[in-house]
Design a protein around this ligand. Structure first.
Ligand SMILES: *Cc1c(COP(=O)(O)O)cnc(C)c1O
Length: 354
């Protein structure tokens, strides 16, 4: 950190993160699949919350299997807790072999293509994971490629569900294909379910479940509604309060015009913090007493404007909590809960509470 910034410096916006909620979500997911181990997808910097602290907390809670997208993400958490296992979902390119060797004690590639299988064998590869595509048609070996796996030392054989958040025949179809894969592939463990897949029931759990979204407060399916708790709470300090006269516009292009004299609070938060333009005129903040304060005008890069209630006693420097209930924020913004979390960005001071 920059020497000019004292250690107790308070930034004008912060992300309060609930350790208790993260652990409770982990335990609920684990309890849905008592016969399986519960891992955690921590790609995209722990879905925007900060992968290092997420890994520490979940490892303390008993999690041993972490999933990242890339080797850079694996390297960022590899030193944290030695007994964990990290699976690198995007597998192995030639350019990854050196880092894969360096991290071999803790990380395995998830091999996705015949070329990746050959690359791993050529590199003298030992333990690995494999991803078999059972119908998402995105990344993974085809069922026809399975004979190529003979001779590999496979720890976990994975597949990924395309539509587990919906009640569609594709779920049962992918399950049947994965069961067929299981009868043909020699692997220590089999793993199919992401957050939504966990809610589809025991048939989908196999040996290892891999939630991401639900750990971080996203409700993947109706079954989880009352059990998953919000983890990330953005807060911002009021930088200025002004009264605008009737007929005055607020913000870029004056998309909001005061119908009567209105007190406007401006906070440091914007689309560069993942509070995207979709919240313009739809988002809201909450006072510490829970009073809703609507976002008005256009969200800009670093600033958001809110219309204060007439009776509000808020002053410059007071803190507001942004309403970031993921289901509600998704409806307000038109973004998915995944996009809301992973867009949060690096500008917040992050504090893990309780
Ligand atoms: C991201 C990811 C997960 C976690 O998915 P959620 O929907 O966030 O629970 C699990 N498996 C794979 C292969 C993934 O890419």
């Amino acid at each position: 950190m920059n020497d000019a910034i004292p250690p107790d410096f308070v930034a004008p916006h912060r992300l309060i993160l609930s350790r208790a909620a993260l652990i409770a979500n982990y335990r609920w997911l684990q309890a849905q699949a008592p016969g399986a181990a519960c891992g955690a997808a921590v790609k995209a910097d722990g879905y925007g919350l900060g992968a290092a602290e997420v890994v520490r907390i979940l490892a303390d809670a008993g999690c041993r299997d972490f999933f990242v997208a890339s080797w850079a993400e694996a390297a960022a958490i590899a030193h944290l807790v030695p007994p964990v296992s990290i699976s690198v979902l995007h597998g192995l390119r030639d350019a990854d072999v050196a880092v894969a060797r360096a991290l071999a004690q803790v990380a395995r590639p998830v091999l996705n293509t015949p070329v990746q299988v050959a690359c791993w064998l050529g590199a003298g590869g030992d333990a690995c994971d494999v991803m078999v595509d059972t119908g998402i048609n995105r990344l993974g070996l085809s069922i026809d490629d399975l004979p190529l796996l003979d001779g590999l030392n496979i720890t976990t054989c994975l597949s990924h569900l395309a539509s587990a958040d919906a009640d569609v025949p594709q779920n049962a179809q992918q399950l049947a294909r994965f069961q067929a894969v299981r009868s043909r592939v020699a692997a220590t463990r089999f793993s199919l379910a992401n957050s939504a897949g966990i809610c589809l029931g025991a048939d989908y759990h196999f040996d290892l479940i891999r939630p991401g979204l639900a750990l971080y407060g996203g409700v993947p399916r109706g079954e989880a509604t009352t059990h998953i708790h919000q983890v990330a709470f953005p807060e911002a300090q009021i930088l200025q309060i002004r009264t605008v006269a009737a007929g005055e516009g607020v913000g870029y292009n004056a998309t909001w015009v005061a119908e009567r004299p209105t007190r406007i609070a401006t906070i440091q938060l914007g689309y560069a913090d993942g509070y995207l333009r979709g919240f313009s005129g739809t988002g809201q903040a909450l006072t510490l007493d829970g009073v809703a304060i609507p976002v008005i005008g256009r969200v800009s890069m670093d600033l958001v404007t809110l219309a204060l209630p007439d009776e509000s006693e808020l002053v410059e420097g007071d803190w507001l909590r942004i309403d970031f209930d993921l289901a509600r924020a998704a409806t307000q913004s038109g973004l998915s809960p995944y996009e809301l979390l992973t867009s949060l960005g690096g500008r917040y001071q992050r504090f893990w509470a309780d």
